[in-house]
Write a protein that binds this ligand. Structure first.
Ligand code: NAD
Length: 275
């Protein structure tokens, strides 16, 4: 069943928490600090931010005042679309770690596959990685064809691909490709922002375990070896979302949830981004 401190191995040997906290739309200032404080006390160790979220400084303040040793934390940030390109990515990285107040990053991601730019952006990530400034590099919102393009041109392959993934968008083809190439899949909007929690089959499975639909969905991610990073600012939900390690879904239940897929995106299609 595991524990909140479980880790998974990335292809370069770095260990990454199997579960984490996403902080998109968590406001800079007291909200981000209180949220991270609560999460760290509950055992969360992976924090997923981005320069786009405009809360890296608050993340930095919260982790530095937590007293948790830096090596026990796993901090992810991302290079935003307007920052992409070789030199501008190197600069964006320096800005991010300065705001975060840390000397190295655990995982740096290319936020979206910006056409004509993501290869140069990736080369900058390779440089940061070779210099030891970031322990692992990865991508986000890459489809199979973006990964094929990257793998065909670059020397370092991504350790992680963070994509929209939940029971309504189970991304099986992409997951199979990533597994074949030893790229870990991380799920954003792992709860599809709560849009699906009333689904009767999920409620039924949840009731039989004395759990909530949100916990069942997050457990489904874990048992599929997907790293979920649910977001909440509500202490009771932060706690609920972390209580995933005292039950297990049966193979039958996993199949039922797998069967809910509708290839339904709520976020942007990475082939058609206009931001
Ligand atoms: P999510 O699926 O984590 O949903 C979060 C929302 O669901 C909350 O705001 C709340 O309204 C609700 N919720 C959370 N826990 C709940 C519970 N236990 N019961 C009922 N409702 C609950 O969606 P998200 O915030 O889009 O994604 C999570 C994280 O993924 C983000 O914070 C961010 O770090 C990352 N992300 C990355 C990208 C990307 O392009 N790489 C895009 C979006 C999000």
């Amino acid at each position: 069943m595991g524990s909140i401190f479980d880790k998974v191995n990335l292809h370069n040997g770095v260990e990454m928490p199997a579960f984490g906290l996403g902080v998109y739309k968590v406001e800079e200032g007291s909200q981000i600090e209180e949220t991270i404080n609560t999460a760290l006390n509950l055992g969360y160790r992976l924090i997923d931010t981005a320069s786009f979220y405009k809360n890296e400084e608050g993340v930095g303040r919260a982790i530095s005042s937590s007293g948790i040793p830096r090596e026990d934390l796993f901090i992810t940030t991302k290079v935003w679309n307007s920052e992409q390109g070789y030199e501008s990515t190197l600069k964006a990285f320096e800005d991010s770690i300065e705001k975060l107040g840390i000397e190295y990053l655990d995982l740096y991601l290319v936020h979206w596959p910006v056409k004509g730019k993501y290869i140069e952006t990736w080369r900058a990530l390779e440089k940061l990685y070779s210099e030891g400034k970031v322990r692992a590099i990865g991508v986000s919102n890459f489809k199979v064809h973006h990964l094929q393009d990257l793998l065909g041109q670059c020397s370092e392959k991504p350790a992680v691909n963070q994509v929209e993934l939940h029971p309504l968008l189970s991304q099986q083809e992409l997951r199979d490709y990533c597994q074949k190439h030893n790229i870990r899949v991380e799920a954003w909007s792992p709860l599809s922002r709560g849009r699906f929690l009333d689904e009767p089959l999920l409620r039924q499975i949840a009731a039989s375990h004395g759990k909530t639909s949100a916990q069942v969905i997050l457990r489904w991610h874990l048992q599929n070896h997907i790293i979920p990073i649910p977001k909440s600012v509500t202490p009771s939900r932060l706690k609920e979302n972390a209580e995933l390690f005292d039950f297990e879904l049966s193979q039958e239940e996993m199949k039922v949830i797998n069967g809910l897929n509708k290839n339904q995106r709520f976020g942007a299609d990475p082939d058609h981004i206009d931001f």
